[in-house]
Design a protein around this ligand. Structure first.
Ligand SMILES: Cc1ncc(COP(=O)(O)O)c(C=O)c1O
Length: 399
């Protein structure tokens, strides 16, 4: 995998590699050809024979997409629900918990912005308490503190974002999973940024829900995601608040019956082309190998971080003992969005974070946002050097 020939082959299978230096994989990665083909094929079929008819014709391929996603994350097909994006996955899971006044949601300071907003919305509507475990001095949630909070607060739900959007830290979701299992507390993991850049095993993590999106490190299409649901949840009476005709059958005027599998968390209408694209992306990631991917992306992240750390006027904001491929920096004299625009002029894709994307994180670091550079395995060492040189040049302009 680390052989240049292999990287070259993977790049040849990725049309976007010849257009740009794509270092915005935490935004949306470049899709490889098998993913693009799976999507286009379905659209072609839909336009020639009709949308519903195309879905019927591709029944086996759709089933294979469930299988591919399930096998990528260590679960069974019946435990997978396809959704439109990670946020919908998360909302479907969250809405299934019957919150009452003073129930506690225990989370971390690094959990994703929309999740935090949803907790606050639940607080406003139902009077739940939102408790955030402190971070370790080196970054990432303090699992020992989380353990104390589980004992002291008896939360109804524990929520941890595996890799946040705003930093390269990887939180120890498995250690938290052990605590939740021991205390029999429902556990929701946001795996949106970790899926596709490291091996995921939902059994090992011990979560009840695992939410993810297709377009990021998995290299699938935009507008698709999925939710993995544990057997424990499926055997319980948990169901999304706004369950629909996909998730349940209307069996009598006043009665519906929910499905026994994770389709209970889906809604009826689907862009099947995107589901098939997600299946193709899961197979592609498995064929490249998640262990090799993890090694390569964290190496590229580390190289870039190391180079940028040495630059006067640049502050690396990532903190944690286990850092992945998301590199975030503050550059003196520049708003992150201006940097993104300047880099885009040089055909380098990155993204900008603002304070409200991770208010606790940025306030602690005394920054109002960050330039986020997120390599994937198909990026080359030369591309890392090119972005470093471009940032060096931009820093010098403000001196
Ligand atoms: C950690 C994390 N969780 C959830 C999301 C939301 O994903 P989506 O836009 O697919 O709903 C993101 C998006 O950036 C994210 O970084």
């Amino acid at each position: 995998m680390n052989e240049e020939m292999e990287i070259e082959r993977l790049r040849l299978e990725t049309p976007g590699c010849s257009e740009r230096i794509h270092l915005n994989n935490a935004g949306a990665a470049l899709m490889p050809k098998p993913v693009i083909d799976a999507i286009k094929d379905q659209l072609d079929l839909e336009s020639s024979i009709g949308g519903y008819e195309a879905a019927a014709e591709r029944e086996q391929e759709i089933k294979a997409a469930y299988d591919a996603v399930a096998s990528l994350v260590g679960t069974n097909s019946r435990n997978v629900a396809f959704t439109e994006n990670a946020t919908i996955s998360y909302i479907q899971a969250l809405s299934s918990i019957r919150f009452e006044t003073d129930d506690v949601i225990l989370t971390t300071r690094n959990d994703y912005v929309s999740n935090q907003i949803q907790f606050l919305s639940l607080q406003a509507r139902f009077g739940v308490k939102v408790v955030r475990a402190p971070d370790l001095a080196e970054g990432g949630v303090d699992v020992a503190a989380m353990s104390d909070l589980i004992d002291g607060e008896r939360p109804k739900l524990v929520c941890v974002t595996h890799v946040p959007t705003s930093s390269g830290v990887t939180q120890d979701v498995t250690a938290v999973g052990e605590l939740c299992r021991a205390a029999e507390i429902i556990y929701l993991v946001d795996g949106c940024q970790s899926l596709g850049q490291m091996p995921i095993d939902v059994e090992k993590i011990g979560c009840d829900f695992f939410s993810a999106t297709s377009r990021k490190f998995l290299r699938g299409p935009r507008g698709a995601g999925f939710l993995c649901v544990s057997d424990g949840v499926l055997e319980s009476d948990l169901e999304p608040l706004f369950i629909d005709m996909r998730g349940a059958d209307w069996v009598g005027g006043e009665r519906y019956e929910r499905r026994g599998d994770a389709r209970r968390f889906e809604s009826w209408e689907f862009a099947w082309s995107l589901v098939l694209g997600t299946g193709a992306a899961a197979r592609y990631a498995a064929s490249v190998g998640l262990d090799q991917i993890e090694t390569r992306v964290s190496d590229l992240g580390k190289t870039l971080r190391g180079r940028l750390e040495g630059l006067d006027g640049v502050r690396v904001l990532d903190r944690g003992s286990d850092l992945c491929a998301i590199v975030t920096v503050w550059v003196d004299g520049w708003e992150p969005i201006q940097l993104v625009q300047e880099l885009r002029k040089r055909k380098i894709n990155t993204s900008a974070q603002v304070r409200s994307d991770a208010v606790l994180h940025y306030d602690e670091r005394g920054a109002t946002g960050a330039l986020r550079i997120s390599p994937h395995y198909y990026n080359t060492e030369e591309e890392i050097e090119t972005v470093f040189e471009a940032v060096t040049e931009l820093v010098a302009l403000k001196k």
